[in-house]
Design a protein around this ligand. Sequence first.
Ligand SMILES: Cc1cc2nc3c(=O)[nH]c(=O)nc-3n(C[C@H](O)[C@H](O)[C@H](O)COP(=O)(O)OP(=O)(O)OC[C@H]3O[C@@H](n4cnc5c(N)ncnc54)[C@H](O)[C@@H]3O)c2cc1C
Length: 400
Amino acid sequence: MIIGAGLAGCNLAYQLALRGIQTLVIEAGNSIASGASSNPVAVVKPFVTRQPSDAHDFYAKAFDYLLRQLASEHLRNRVPFKQCGVLQLTHQQYPNNNMYQGVSSETATKLAGVKIASNALWFEQGGWLNPKQYCSALLTHPLITVQLNSRLINFKCEPTHCTLEVKTDTATKLITTPRLLLANGIGLHRFSQTEDVPITPAKGQLSCITNNVAASLTCVVSGKHYVIPDNQRLYIGASFHRNDESLHVSEIDHASNIDGLQSMGLQTVLSNTEQSQQPEGFTGVRATTPDRLPVVGLLPDFNFYREQYATLHKGYLPSKYPSAKYLPGTYLLGGFGSRGLVSAAYSASLLANQLCVNSALSATTLNSASNCEPKLDTLETWAALLHPARFFIRNQKRNQ
Ligand SMILES: Cc1cc2nc3c(=O)[nH]c(=O)nc-3n(C[C@H](O)[C@H](O)[C@H](O)COP(=O)(O)OP(=O)(O)OC[C@H]3O[C@@H](n4cnc5c(N)ncnc54)[C@H](O)[C@@H]3O)c2cc1C
């Protein structure tokens, strides 16, 4: 059972379906992609760093994975992926990379169709898509069932199964499942068992304007803000307000998006906009983590961690400590912050691989898991980046 039908939950359901595993996706909203994934547009571009880093490698893998997924037979006709390329404006030198090409402002101007004042990285394979359409395509599979207007309010997991308390419009029901997969965005840490996972909500707003020079912009341009062209419409994103979960569309955020675009030197794309035009606004709340990387994997037993790892700050050898314990059958996939589109598919595939391994080892086998062949990419490879207890361990080491 998967909780949440956003980019995370839909990708996880799809990955499990590819492995022959049946899922029920429980969604609190009255439609799929009703949380952070509800924006009409999102940029497909990896996060890159100038110095070599694990985060860079992770997003490179994730970007490559997403591109291959979008080109797959199941998705290519179902998801209108506008692969128009993305320019990331930069004043600094980046090392060569097969994901992008460093270009001068003249080349960037030719690529964008409008004046670009600075050098840039050109992600030729990048572009944008509509997250809801993507989610809908992922859920279009006979092994996936979706139940809307249903909110998980509590759960308890034992070695053989989890019991969930799910509230619908008319009743509260108890449901049992062999595996509970939490992919519920800003709700991820709102159960007693998950409250040590540091998720901070961060509101974001996109502003959409219409004008007749918009069509001359031929690719996505990103910097501190970004602009996505869709014929005569320009989507300008996105504001960022930590600890704000309100969904109201704000004039201040429209102004800061438009200022942001101007500070990127892109005033020409706004030049024909009527002064009186009121931008259309779209809001959503991201689930962010302190290191801006997602949390993926089994749910740690934080009480066990507290008892056993309290002396980590004293610097004893790791062999002094017992192996970590996890809550049986409960997994997390979340904390995607501002980069969920590019990282959810790969993260879900890693988690699905782990579920396959664990179900093969477990006494309660998922009989339908017929396609769980060993995979090269494992969650263990990325444990230092994605482990749900990494913040807890870091804090213990610092004695915080
Ligand atoms: C304005 C804005 C612009 C963005 N632009 C980009 C971009 O250009 N590129 C990019 O890569 N990313 C972008 N992002 C980030 C991206 O949208 C998110 O990272 C992604 O949508 C997170 O997906 P999710 O499935 O983890 O969370 P969500 O989409 O929030 O899904 C969680 C779901 O769980 C449901 N839920 C919550 N609690 C419960 C419960 N107890 N029971 C049942 N259901 C529950 C919610 O209703 C929701 O539908 C943007 C985000 C915002 C807000």
